[in-house]
Design a protein around this ligand. Structure first.
Ligand SMILES: *[C@@H]1O[C@H](CO)[C@@H](O)[C@H](O)[C@H]1NC(C)=O
Ligand SMILES: *[C@@H]1O[C@H](CO)[C@@H](O)[C@H](O)[C@H]1NC(C)=O
Ligand SMILES: *[C@@H]1O[C@H](CO)[C@@H](O)[C@H](O)[C@H]1NC(C)=O
Ligand SMILES: *[C@@H]1O[C@H](CO)[C@@H](O)[C@H](O)[C@H]1NC(C)=O
Ligand SMILES: *[C@@H]1O[C@H](CO)[C@@H](O)[C@H](O)[C@H]1NC(C)=O
Ligand SMILES: *[C@@H]1O[C@H](CO)[C@@H](O)[C@H](O)[C@H]1NC(C)=O
Ligand SMILES: *[C@@H]1O[C@H](CO)[C@@H](O)[C@H](O)[C@H]1NC(C)=O
Ligand SMILES: *[C@@H]1O[C@H](CO)[C@@H](O)[C@H](O)[C@H]1NC(C)=O
Ligand SMILES: *[C@@H]1O[C@H](CO)[C@@H](O)[C@H](O)[C@H]1NC(C)=O
Ligand SMILES: *[C@@H]1O[C@H](CO)[C@@H](O)[C@H](O)[C@H]1NC(C)=O
Ligand SMILES: *[C@@H]1O[C@H](CO)[C@@H](O)[C@H](O)[C@H]1NC(C)=O
Ligand SMILES: *[C@@H]1O[C@H](CO)[C@@H](O)[C@H](O)[C@H]1NC(C)=O
Length: 472
């Protein structure tokens, strides 16, 4: 409809939609208020607050005969939000921190007025706040349309403008952001990806242009040195995003760094659009064996705005075979008899030969029917037709991730989960501090682009890569 092109941005919040979409949700906030430490000049820490959604997913479906209806109950899942005050009245909004998109937008006052409140909007003004542009004396409108569409089909429509924002005691003047007067997304979003995926550039076929987005603005104003940040998605009480620096206390083992790659192997001149690194191998393992799902070269997008993950259809199918999952037509998903069956099984993701493990159970959730009957432990992994995978919070919550948007590098290490407030912060001036290059420097591109999915029969591969691991 309104959006002419839906390209790479499309999957960015698809899994969130599974989580939050149209569903009734409630959350409790047993966390500290978001606050900010300005430890020195040139970097700052934002403590993200976590919102646990105990939501019900109501699926209506008509199989031609009967009417089938079920409520879906997930375990508590999470997404990461920060609070931002906008404009001369310090209107407070809570926005989802998204490495998978590049626009910052919030709901406008109009959305929240019953007169204008679209009947199908799922935006919750009470939970996430809104910005009243008309009553902010510092606001200037660009009179440019905001037209955003995400992969889950949710949209945000409105206009762009600039205003001052406060993040705790830091003020950033004249930040570009969108004010939505229609959305069916659940919350506003602060996209901290590349300017090449800004909606004004990506979606606008005539007269497209880039504008200075939030990470670049922090550099322009001298708040940080380099468009870079570190994400620590601790589930319990310490989640934070550190702009412009690395905190060496927050990870264990080596901080391996990987070149960010283009999404298309054949076009060497294609600009980098998404935070994606080279994945060589995906496997499943337990104490006794490792089963290869696929190997070769495929981009893996590291997306904090996706709650679970998205895999190409072939991976989902191999996975279902290896784990002996059952397909449920009503849900259009695979499930295990119960979650304890997959408790001791891990995904292994090898990036340029370096192994990271992630519990398979983090990608599944218990499913109960409305009447309380239990179906099983249902896969929350989206299947796609894409030639890339998306790893969301299910993977990232165990990792410390450093992104350097200027030199196109992403570093990953296992998180050091600690309640300690000790920090060992090093500003990013040039390279990622303590970033280690893996010995395998072959990245996804014109020479390395094939990825082989293994056949559906569960077979233990005699070849198990003997590779360095990122663990201590
Ligand atoms: C900003 O906040 C930090 C941490 O709360 C505090 O140490 C610092 O003094 C504050 N700065 C100002 C100017 O208030
Ligand atoms: C908005 O917040 C800033 C910084 O915290 C403060 O200086 C200012 O007085 C606040 N304005 C209003 C209207 O509350
Ligand atoms: C809301 O959804 C219903 C059913 O899909 C549709 O008929 C109606 O036009 C929608 N309303 C708006 C304002 O989009
Ligand atoms: C959101 O709204 C757009 C535009 O009306 C519509 O095409 C899309 O299907 C809606 N998505 C959801 C999940 O409601
Ligand atoms: C929403 O914003 C657009 C762009 O400024 C405008 O054309 C439209 O009339 C607005 N709609 C409402 C309901 O305010
Ligand atoms: C697209 O570009 C034209 C010309 O620069 C501009 O008028 C229009 O507002 C832009 N639309 C979006 C969605 O940025
Ligand atoms: C808004 O206008 C300002 C001033 O012309 C410009 O610098 C900025 O890039 C524009 N922002 C957007 C999102 O169009
Ligand atoms: C992990 O955190 C603890 C507590 O702050 C600290 O003592 C330890 O040195 C950290 N580990 C690493 C490898 O930084
Ligand atoms: C896990 O280990 C057992 C042997 O203890 C083996 O029979 C089983 O197939 C393994 N499963 C997976 C998925 O690795
Ligand atoms: C696979 O699952 C089916 C149905 O749940 C079960 O009957 C069968 O024994 C399982 N096979 C293996 C190898 O676990
Ligand atoms: C489904 O969940 C909703 C929200 O809790 C509840 O109101 C409704 O009664 C449930 N439906 C059934 C059939 O249990
Ligand atoms: C990759 O490693 C090989 C062998 O160490 C080296 O010869 C080559 O220059 C490296 N390539 C790049 C792009 O760093």
């Amino acid at each position: 409809m309104l959006v002419p092109l839906v390209l790479l941005l499309t999957t960015s919040v698809s899994a969130i939609k599974q989580e939050f979409g149209n569903y009734i949700e409630e959350y409790y906030n047993d966390y500290d208020d978001e606050y900010l430490d300005e430890i020195e000049n040139r970097f700052f820490v934002l403590h993200a607050k976590k919102r646990f959604h105990e939501q019900l997913n109501k699926r209506d479906y008509d199989d031609g005969d009967d009417y089938f209806e079920s409520n879906m109950t997930f375990n508590s899942r999470l997404a990461f939000f920060i609070d931002i005050e906008i404009g001369s009245n310090n209107d407070t909004v809570s926005v989802l921190v998204d490495t998978g998109s590049s626009d910052f937008w919030v709901a406008g006052y109009g959305i929240c007025e019953s007169e204008f409140y679209y009947e199908n909007s799922t935006y919750d003004c009470y939970d996430y706040g809104y910005f009243d542009a008309d009553n902010s004396s510092t606001f200037t409108s660009n009179n440019t349309e905001l037209l955003l569409e995400y992969g889950d089909t949710t949209v945000a429509i409105g206009y762009f403008g600039q205003d001052d924002i406060n993040i705790s005691n830091i003020t950033v003047n004249d930040v570009n952001f969108g004010i939505a007067n229609f959305t069916n997304a659940t919350s506003g979003i602060i996209g901290i990806g590349y300017e090449t995926t800004e909606s004004t550039y990506f979606f606008n076929t005539t007269g497209s242009y880039k504008y200075i987005n939030f990470p670049e603005k922090l550099v322009e104003d001298g708040i940080i040195n380099k468009a870079s940040y570190s994400l620590y998605l601790d589930e319990y009480d310490n989640a934070e995003i550190l702009f412009g620096a690395v905190d060496h206390e927050k990870y264990i083992g080596k901080l391996y760094q990987y070149p960010i790659v283009t999404m298309n192997s054949s076009d060497i001149n294609e600009p980098i659009t998404r935070i994606a690194i080279t994945l060589n191998t995906i496997s499943l393992s337990n104490d006794t064996e490792e089963l290869i799902i696929g190997d070769g070269y495929i981009p893996a997008v590291l997306d904090s705005g996706t709650t679970i993950a998205s895999f190409p259809e072939s991976i989902s199918e191999v996975l279902a075979n290896l784990l002996n999952l059952t397909y449920d037509y009503d849900l259009d998903s695979y499930y295990a008899e119960n979650c304890s069956e997959i408790e001791d099984i891990y995904f292994n993701f090898y990036f340029q030969g370096i192994q990271y493990t992630s519990p398979v159970v983090s990608y599944f959730a218990d499913f109960f029917y409305e009447n309380g009957d239990y179906l099983g432990c249902v896969s929350q992994i989206s299947s796609s037709d894409d030639d890339f995978i998306i790893l969301g919070d299910s993977f990232l919550r165990d990792m410390y991730m450093v992104i350097d948007l200027e030199d196109n590098m992403a570093a990953l290490a296992y998180s050091n989960f600690t309640n300690s407030s000790i920090s060992d912060i090093e500003v990013i001036i040039d390279e990622i501090p303590s970033g280690v290059n893996p010995s395998n420097n072959k990245t996804f591109g014109p020479d390395n682009f094939l990825f082989t999915y293994y056949d559906s029969e569960p077979v233990t591969k005699s070849y198990v890569p003997n590779l360095a691991t990122a663990s201590v």
